[in-house]
Design a protein around this ligand. Structure first.
Ligand SMILES: Cc1cc2nc3c(=O)[nH]c(=O)nc-3n(C[C@H](O)[C@H](O)[C@H](O)COP(=O)(O)OP(=O)(O)OC[C@H]3O[C@@H](n4cnc5c(N)ncnc54)[C@H](O)[C@@H]3O)c2cc1C
Length: 405
């Protein structure tokens, strides 16, 4: 019997397992990941941005975790010699109608104690000659990294501390009893005293196995990117972001410098018909049926009809996608949009159609489920993991202490 089993080898699960072992040295812990490589899903298909915490409501967990997470991630990169580039980010208003929203974001930065540098149109032209905007601000603390490498460094700490990583191990059923949890996996069946589920897009299915009220559903939102040709990889010096729509948990199509030197355009946010199907037009019957049969999906679709239709149109017609980027980077042409792998966001949608912006955690007596860990959860993975560990350890008798003695 394990003291703890963590399900899910994305950055949230790996960070949680690492910090459980730090808090309870000597405990028996195993992490189960169904794929053959950790970080296969969202953790390995994102923009690689270490966010500074510009967008989040002051005082919210999301704001605090992002700021603390950015510092902790940068420290971890430095300690483990993981590639890191503090390139900074420029948020731009492309016309006067966006200046109010830009000002509101600048105010939010002040409340969140994030230093920014305001720029007018001429100053933007000077710093970023290819960018056209009427106003903007620079966030110097935004950086980029490789989150698979970050997760790999955490994984090494787990192994060094005596934890087990079991790859290729799909957890297919969970049964909770009064004094332990039975886990049925694709290899062997095991028992654990506590189970922490960090299963990303599979969070709702795992929660249902534990009898948690399914008042939410994970809806896949594809984030499709294009890569600029190498000749244009110096088109910008910073990451360039538009002013986002505050009612959505997405940041808008941006120009991102990746840690390997590529510059990507994206990601958009379109409904995905397969939770783990990365190629365009991937379709999975169960995934699509589960989304479309959930009343919250239709309520959400109705609330964001205009946005959804526009994103879908632009995903099909590259000219539409291009026009979105040309608003702030007119230099780009259709030929510049080269293929690049998509990512798939695990987005919880409530029964009333609300897109959950914040982290969502549900618990039973012996299981804890991370039911929504949207962006910037890669940046925030260290404080999220710490928070989960505190929840797990505060709600139980100290079983591992007893065992270690
Ligand atoms: C397009 C895109 C861009 C993003 N950009 C950024 C960014 O720039 N900065 C940022 O901070 N965040 C970003 N994010 C968000 C960030 O990537 C995610 O919030 C974060 O990676 C979530 O990590 P996770 O561990 O919860 O999920 P995942 O990485 O998806 O991991 C979940 C794991 O659980 C495993 N699993 C599921 N079910 C089972 C089972 N039954 N048995 C065993 N294993 C199971 C899966 O195989 C998977 O490996 C982005 C996300 C996307 C999609």
């Amino acid at each position: 019997m394990f003291d703890y089993v963590v399900i899910g080898g994305g950055i949230v699960g790996v960070s949680t397992a690492m910090q459980l072992l730090e808090a309870r040295p000597g405990c028996s812990l195993a992490l189960f990941e169904k794929e053959t490589i950790i970080g296969t899903h969202q953790t390995g298909h994102n923009s690689g941005v270490i966010h500074a915490g510009v967008y989040y409501a002051p005082g919210s967990l999301k704001a605090r975790f992002c700021k603390e997470g950015a510092e902790a991630t940068i420290r971890l990169c430095e300690e483990n010699e993981i590639a890191l580039n503090r390139c900074g980010k420029l948020i731009v208003a492309t016309d006067e109608s966006e200046v109010g929203a830009l000002d509101a974001l600048a105010k939010r930065c002040k409340e969140n104690q994030i230093a920014i540098e305001r720029l007018d149109a001429a100053e933007i032209k000077l710093r970023e000659p290819q960018i056209r905007a009427v106003a903007g601000f620079l966030v110097h603390t935004t950086a980029i990294t490789n989150y698979v490498a970050v997760t790999g460094a955490m994984r090494r700490k787990i192994v060094d501390a005596g934890g087990e990583i079991r790859l290729n191990t799909n957890v297919v059923n969970i049964r909770e009893n009064s004094n332990h949890v039975d886990l049925v996996t694709s290899s062997t069946d095991v028992q654990a005293r506590r189970v922490i589920v960090c299963a990303g897009i599979m969070a709702d299915r795992m929660a249902r196995m534990c009898g948690i009220d399914a008042d939410f559903r994970m809806v896949p939102f594809r984030g499709e990117y294009f890569r600029l040709p190498p000749a244009k990889s110096n088109i910008v010096r910073h990451l360039i972001y538009p002013v986002p729509n505050p009612s959505l948990p997405f940041l808008g199509v941006h120009l991102t410098r990746m840690i390997n030197g590529d510059v990507t355009v994206g990601p958009n946010a379109v409904f995905g018909m397969a939770r783990e199907g990365y190629p365009r037009f991937s379709f999975n019957f169960r995934d699509t049926l589960e989304a479309l049969s959930f009343p919250g999906f239709w309520r959400m679709a109705k609330q964001h009809l205009g946005f959804g239709a526009k994103e879908m149109w632009n995903a099909i017609y590259r000219r539409g996608y291009l026009a979105v980027c040309q608003r702030y980077c007119p230099e780009l042409t259709l030929d510049d949009l080269e293929p690049y792998p998509a990512g798939i966001r695990a987005q919880a949608v409530m029964r009333d159609g609300t897109l959950v912006h914040d982290f969502l955690i549900r618990q039973t007596a012996r299981t804890l489920h991370v039911c929504n860990a949207p962006s910037p959860a890669a940046t925030s993975a260290i404080p999220i993991g710490r928070h989960i560990v505190n929840l797990v350890l505060s709600g139980q008798p100290d079983i591992t202490k007893r065992m270690v003695q």
